[in-house]
Design a binder for this molecule. Sequence first.
Ligand code: FAD
Length: 477
Amino acid sequence: MVIIGGGISGLSTAFALLEQAASAEVPIACTILDAAPVWGGKILTHRVGRLVMEAGPDSFLSQKPWAMELCRRLGLADQLIDTNPVEKKASVLRGGQLHELPEGLVTFTPTQLGPFLRSGLLSWMDLARMGCDVLLPRRRSTEDESLAAFFRRRFGRHACERVIEPLMAGIYAGDAEQMSLRATFPRFYELEQAHGSVIRGMMAARRARAQHSSGGGPRHTMFVTLKNGLADLVAGLTAHIGQAGGVLKAGVQVEALRVRSHQAGRWMYDVIGTDGTALSAEALVLATPAYVSADLVRPLTPLAAGLMEMIPYASTATISLVYPAEAVGTRLQGFGFVVPRVEKRDLIAATWTSLKWPHRAPPQEVSVRCYLGGVGREAILQRDDEALVRCVREELASIVGLQAAPHYVEVNRWRRAMPQYTIGHLDRLAQLDAALSRFGGLVVTGAGYRGVGLPDCIRDGAETAAQTLRYLQSTAA
Ligand SMILES: Cc1cc2nc3c(=O)[nH]c(=O)nc-3n(C[C@H](O)[C@H](O)[C@H](O)COP(=O)(O)OP(=O)(O)OC[C@H]3O[C@@H](n4cnc5c(N)ncnc54)[C@H](O)[C@@H]3O)c2cc1C
């Protein structure tokens, strides 16, 4: 069988498939191809002296267990690190000023009103409107709803615009007005349906957690990462895949797929690379971005190709800047800040990387990462690198008074990198699965479909592996 795409999704699929096949004692030949010369797709760690710079993802959610589990399976448990326990606050920009996010605001479980009011982000009226969530009836319609429409309805316009939109839509570099609530944050939909209120649902979940938490294993912060960078996750995966007999071929861009034969429920596909590579496969996993997979499957199923093409991708850029610590002083507090769309700024967020993860820079240096682009804000990416650096430096000077010149700068552009789960995404996925199910052993996985973050890509990879193994076993029987 062949897996096309060696980002976290393709590598996780290969790892899980070889592991599952070994425990089921099913012999399997698995080849994984990637167009790039290096493995890992969006995961790209640059180590510069003692600096650890992430060009793409820099951490993952610990509450979604699949990435943590994979790290443990790869022998990387001792490399997992938590965020800095001292500097843990994040801020939101409002009217050109940073306002600290009070604890509880993100989880909608305010225990004290004082910090909320002092933060200056929301007024008494806004907080009272947020509280109306416990009184408002649940929505009866089963139609998909946008993230913005849901939160405006439950918590009011200001809470939505100033807190929820930048924190939640920001993760996707998306526009909350277009994003599907159920495809991006299904938990909120479920809380409303089950408890009639997000706040009541959150409080019930907290009570249940408190009752069931028996101390157990070590608790981690909301985000965790690997001490020397996420490239170690990629290296661990490729090493294990190789040891388990998987064949890894980098630098092979797949340009065409064909059905070679289809007899008695057994399918055989041809995989053709631009370099002349030609492989045949009984099963195929496409772990490429949805628009690439669409081009590959179009000759087989224009219907599936059309559905994949309907998944839009946003472009972004990350700009990393490193300063001498003495030039920064105490200007930077907490983990960084997000910028609500209503502020109409170029910058969408900034992370004080070495404050969030202290080991990422030696003590005499401070590293910062700024984000530009995203849905509706992509025009700025047409500027050259120098102009992007100038733009974020001006933003940092105006917002936190950081005038110093960085001594190291990196601009990483991410063209069509962030899939957008727009309203109706889940219905389109169901249609896509139906269209692909006509082809034995042909499946898609990756950030474009059932979760953008690393843990969801890893979970989907493992499920794709299980589905593929079942198919291969059924055709062998
Ligand atoms: C700037 C940025 C920051 C992010 N931050 C975080 C974060 O902090 N935490 C988090 O959990 N997630 C984060 N994400 C999201 C996460 O990184 C991605 O969703 C995830 O890495 C995507 O993995 P993938 O394997 O599905 O796709 P990709 O990583 O895109 O892999 C697809 C692979 O397919 C290959 N390919 C493409 N075309 C072909 C072809 N024709 N033939 C062969 N191979 C091909 C590509 O070379 C690539 O390696 C971030 C994303 C970006 C862009």
